[in-house]
Structures are given as C-alpha cells and as structure tokens.
Write a protein that binds this ligand. Structure first.
Ligand code: PLP
Length: 343
C-alpha cells in the first residue's frame, strides 16, 4: 500500500479522459491550440487577475526557470534548508540562473520566518563587488514538512523581502493541498500576499504530467518564452498538458482531489498519534506526515508491505494522495497498533 509518495499514483480518471478527448484531430502546435487558451483563461479566473502561464514538464523545470527570471547570475536566493530547490534539484536552479547561489536557512516545521530572513539579510554583502547580491526569496507552499504558510506569514516574509528589493518565488508543487488546508483563495496567498512567480504543480494531485510557471506580473514574463524554449521545455503537443490543467481546474477538481489527500493524511495522523510511542514531528496540514516511530513499528510495517520512507533517525515520512483509500489508512493504523503491542 502506497504511503511513499504522491508521485507514484496514476492520473485521476477525469484527467486521463481529458487527454484522450484532446487526442481527437489535428490542432495547432506549441500552445496555439484552443485548449491552451482555455487553460489560460481558467488560470486567470483561479487567480482573479491576468496571469501569464507557461506549462513545463517538471516541478524542477518550473522552479529553476522561475528563479532564472528573479535572480541574476550573481544573486543569492534565500530558501529553507529543506527546500526542494536546495536539496532535490541537482543544481538546476544554479544552472538555469547561470550561477545564482541558494542560501539555505533554518526554520521550524519547514517554514522560514522573518527573523531568520532578516538575520541572513543583515549579513549580506549588499553593494560589495566581491560578494553575491541578495536577489530572491523562495517559499514552498505546502512546505516540505507538510505544513502550510498562512496568508499572514507569507505577507510578512514578502514585506521584508520587498524592503530589501528581493523578488519572491513560491514553489507550489503541492499548492492545491495548501489551499485545501488554508481555505483562502489562491490569489490571497500568492500575488495579494506579495508573490511574483508561482510554480504550480498538478502532477502530484491527479495529473499525469502538468506543471506551470505562473507570472502575476505579465511584464516580468516578456522574455520567458525564449527562456523556456532554450531550456527545452516548450511542448510541441502542448494541448495534452493544457488538457490536464483544464480538467484539473474544471468544477474545482483540483480542490476536491487535494481535500481528499489532506483528509486521508489527517485520518492517518489522528490514528497513529494515538498509539503509544508514536509522535508527530510536524503539524499535519497538507498530505505529508513526518512522525517519530519506534523501530519495531517501522520495520514491521515495511515488512508487511506498507510503503513509506525512513527519513532521519526514528522519523518516517508518509504521504497520502488523491487516490489513497480510507481502508488503506485504517489498515496501516491497525497494523501499527498491533506492532506497538509486541514487547
Ligand atoms: C516541494 C517540491 N517541489 C518541486 C517538486 C518537483 O519535482 P519534479 O521535478 O520531480 O517534478 C517536488 C517533487 O517532489 C516537490 O516535492
């Protein structure tokens, strides 16, 4: 049973069907098709303003390309020490920015705080020709610890960023899960809270392969078409990616799928934290759980075929997804309960 990742799931049936439907006939290539136009419209509605949308293949591509707009090669990008851009992108942001430096910062539960950012900025060698120059802040929403920045937290960080002339990127690989938790509008926690560019991911939340770079200030996007092409991220048969976003956005499917994943995580957390010796490391706000678990439980669950990751020390990571079933969750809780009884 999969609790390893929201990437090992298939695509949601309605999204897969949208790809099949998009297969009909010949359509203009490279994004000049009607499905791409409709996706753009839907994203403008979702964010309550004109946005410039650039689909790409992966979250890494979205992040690295977004940062290449926000930072010069001599810039510093401040991010959380656990951020995907810092730990899991094999230097793609450094490559695409042609040399910008990611500066990892600490913060509880996967979140940066204004205090930590202010301390880093105070040390930055602004105007010193030998030093890297502060250029951008990158926040992950939902975070790599399965928590979510509130609107006020995002706004406080971006206000500080602005004071120091930093641009702001948001890695939204699990943006839908964050909105499902926060209950705010997508606009509230992005451009209205000071975010310049969002990497919007649908892949983990029911799509087959659909990620996009969303610009809230279209003026920033003027050259982006060339950047994307140069990075080999311009799909010729764009309609198949657009069809996924289109179906994802129809009837708030993105929220329904994310709400389900989050609800399964909450159910799992409630069941597991009630067991002796098991403790959540972080609040469970989206679709990931990090919890401290005795070895006998971890070993027993893995041996029984439950899939999840050992993280660090006695911490394990479990992830739920749009297709996680309540009965799988209950099975895992039941099995863990049995294992805690073994002496
Ligand atoms: C926080 C975060 N950002 C971005 C990504 C995108 O990764 P990929 O390049 O594998 O699509 C992931 C995937 O694991 C992620 O967890």
């Amino acid at each position: 049973m999969n609790f390893a990742s929201d990437n090992v799931t298939g695509a949601a049936p309605d999204i897969l069907q949208a790809i099949v439907d998009a297969n009909e006939g010949n359509l203009p290539s490279y994004g000049a098709d009607p499905l791409t136009a409709r996706m753009q419209q839907r994203l403008c509605q979702m964010f309550e303003r004109d946005v410039a949308v650039f689909p790409v293949a992966t979250g890494t591509a979205a992040n690295a390309l977004a940062l290449s707009v926000l930072s010069p090669p001599w810039g510093t990008v401040f991010c959380h020490a656990d951020s995907h851009i810092y730990t899991d992108e094999c230097g793609a942001p450094e490559l695409m920015t042609q040399g910008a430096r990611l500066q990892p910062l600490p913060g509880p539960h996967g979140k940066l705080t204004p205090e930590v950012l202010a301390a880093a900025l105070a040390e930055a060698p602004v105007g010193f020709v030998h030093g890297m120059q502060p250029a951008a802040l990158s926040l992950t929403q939902a975070t790599e610890a399965g928590t979510c920045y509130t609107v006020a937290e995002v706004a406080a960080l971006t206000a500080l960023a602005r004071q120091h002339r930093l641009r702001v990127h948001m890695d939204g690989a699990r943006f839908a899960n964050a909105i499902a938790h926060l209950g705010c509008s997508p606009a509230d926690v992005t451009w209205k809270a000071g975010v310049d560019i969002l990497s919007l991911g649908a892949t983990k939340n029911g799509a087959l392969c659909a990620e996009a770079v969303i610009f809230f200030d279209p003026a920033l996007a003027v050259d982006f078409g060339y950047r994307r092409k140069r990075a080999a991220q311009l799909f010729s048969k764009m309609r198949f990616v657009s069809a996924q976003f289109d179906a994802w956005l129809t009837d708030d499917r993105w929220l329904t799928l994310a709400r389900h994943a989050n609800a399964m995580a909450a159910r799992l957390a409630a069941g597991l934290q009630a067991l002796p010796g098991l403790r959540l490391r972080d609040p469970v706000e989206a679709n990931e759980l990090f919890l401290r678990m005795p070895d006998q439980v971890t070993d027993g669950l893995l041996a029984a075929g439950f899939q999840f990751y050992r993280w660090e020390g006695d911490v394990v990571r479990m992830v739920t997804a749009w297709n996680t079933s309540a009965s799988d969750v209950d099975h895992l809780i039941q099995a863990a309960a049995e294992l805690t009884k073994i002496t």
